[in-house]
Design a protein around this ligand. Structure first.
Ligand code: MV4
Length: 456
């Protein structure tokens, strides 16, 4: 096992990784920007090194700054958390060249999954269901029109270098395709330095369902079932749960087996998430793979009892999955996560500043992952996530009841948070019945805006 690990992140995930290391007897090194001097990840790590000014580009995202800190502290490995450098294959290569273990898959695999169209073809090769669409990138409008003719409208153009919803265009007919092709290409070229596009059949208001896997360095891959992540706004997830009410035991088993075979062939290692869209016929189609630990990993931990971050560390240290996991990973009960953001609950504008009161709920079935505290500061430079509230129950009803109870006891003063928004969503009949798709928040917010127009 590693002697010392550098945690190349901040906020709740940095603390989450520090906790896992502590439980495994690994020393930790925090890195921090000048804005995070008083942050809890700095306080709770064994050592801490300031790596630069507040802007992430000058600190947490700076490969030379992070690698220098790792060399000065003489660590064996770096855990990147999520976001920041976690899916940067160049960073993983620099780690390798510096003889520091990057806790994630090999750079070649990170690069493959970062090229969305290559990932799609790789999944197709190993029989993971994909949507009808292009084979490879489309080089001309003519090629795109021909492809859309075969697939059938509506189609969606996506950036090969994209992901997470940027640089996409929905195309509903051949007449509008040339302009949309040009717009998507230009946007992708500006955002990612690569304008190449591919095409898929467009699914209206799909559900977003993702499968969690763990893969060791000896060719073993295990599935830890799925999460339902359809409650999102502008590609930012708000609520996630596990398992999905829409996935039958047979689908879970079949997709799980196919993914394990596929990822063994690809040479995947570490924790990973395979994202799918579910259409109205409840068919699942691969869209993207994320090669990092995800924000919503605790709902999977709650239903499986597996500590995913400890598993990442043990896998990266060369341990075998059969030593890390029970003979058969089983799921039990239901878990839901609310992302608590430092944002105005109606306008979604960021709300940085001093937290004057912070009461974290607890009790049976409640987990809170946060690096915030009373008198803590939310800097304006980073992601607005300040806490994750996870409720577990024997069934979805119990998880909902516990979440509502905990939301009412989660008190944050001094800044605005999305807690009141979550309380409203948990009142929604459709949400409570599990009847929702990725269009849920748009409809919910439109209905709320409409209701506010009516005089009382
Ligand atoms: C799609 C789609 C419909 N059809 N692809 C958005 C984020 C990116 N990861 C993929 N996205 C979508 N891809 C096809 N072929 C609809 C979306 C989409 C979406 C997906 C997941 C969660 C929320 C979403 C919100 C809007 C659109």
């Amino acid at each position: 096992m590693f002697r010392k690990v550098l945690v190349a992140n901040r906020g709740e995930i940095a603390l989450r990784v520090i906790n896992a290391c502590r439980e495994l007897g690994i020393r930790t090194v925090a890195v921090y920007s000048e804005a995070d001097r008083n942050a809890l990840h700095v306080k709770f790590a064994d050592e801490a090194i300031c790596i630069g000014p507040p802007r992430a580009a000058d600190s947490y995202l700076s490969v030379p700054a992070v690698i220098s800190a790792a060399e000065i502290a003489d660590v064996d490995a770096i855990h990147p958390g999520y976001g920041l450098l976690s899916e940067n294959a160049n960073f993983a290569e620099v780690c390798r060249a510096s003889n520091i273990k990057f806790i994630g898959p090999p750079p070649e695999v990170t690069r493959l999954m970062g090229e969305k169209e290559k990932a799609r073809q790789a999944m197709k090769k190993y029989k993971v269901p994909i949507l009808p669409g292009s084979d490879g990138v489309l080089t001309t409008e003519e090629e795109a029109i021909a492809c859309a003719g075969k697939v059938g409208y509506p189609v969606i153009l996506k950036a090969k270098a994209g992901g997470g919803g940027r640089g996409m265009r929905i195309v509903r007919d051949a007449e509008s395709l040339p302009n949309l092709f040009h717009a998507a290409f230009t946007e992708a070229a500006n955002a990612f330095g690569n304008g190449e596009l591919y095409m898929e059949k467009f699914i209206e208001n799909p559900r977003h369902i993702e499968f969690q896997v763990l893969a060791d360095e000896h060719g073993s891959v295990a599935t830890l079932f799925e999460r339902e992540c359809s409650i999102q706004r502008r590609h930012q997830k708000l609520i996630e749960e596990a398992p999905s009410l829409q996935v039958t035991p047979q689908m879970r088993e079949e997709i799980g087996k196919t993914l394990c075979r596929c990822l063994t062939e690809i040479g995947y290692q570490n924790a990973g998430t395979i994202e799918f869209l579910m259409d109205a016929n409840r068919q699942l189609y691969f869209i993207e793979m994320n090669t990092r630990i995800q924000v919503e990993h605790p709902v999977t931990e709650a239903i499986t009892g597996v500590d995913l971050v400890k598993a990442q560390l043990r896998i990266a240290a060369g341990e075998r999955l059969d030593a890390i996991l029970p003979a058969k990973v089983e799921m039990r009960g239901h878990a839901i996560e609310c992302r608590i953001n430092a944002e105005h609950p109606q306008k979604f504008t960021p709300s940085a500043g001093l937290i004057t009161a912070f009461n974290v709920p607890g009790g049976n079935g409640i987990r809170v992952d946060t690096a915030q505290y009373s008198e803590g500061i939310v800097p304006p430079y980073y992601d607005s996530l300040i806490a994750k509230l996870i409720a577990y129950g024997a069934d979805r009803g119990e998880a909902i009841a516990r979440m509502e109870r905990a939301l009412s006891q989660f008190i944050v003063r001094g800044i605005e948070t999305t807690i009141p928004l979550h309380q409203e969503i948990f009142q929604d009949e459709g949400f409570r019945a599990g009847e929702f798709d990725t269009g849920f928040m748009e409809r919910f917010l439109a209905a709320r805006a409409e209701a506010e127009k009516q005089p009382v």
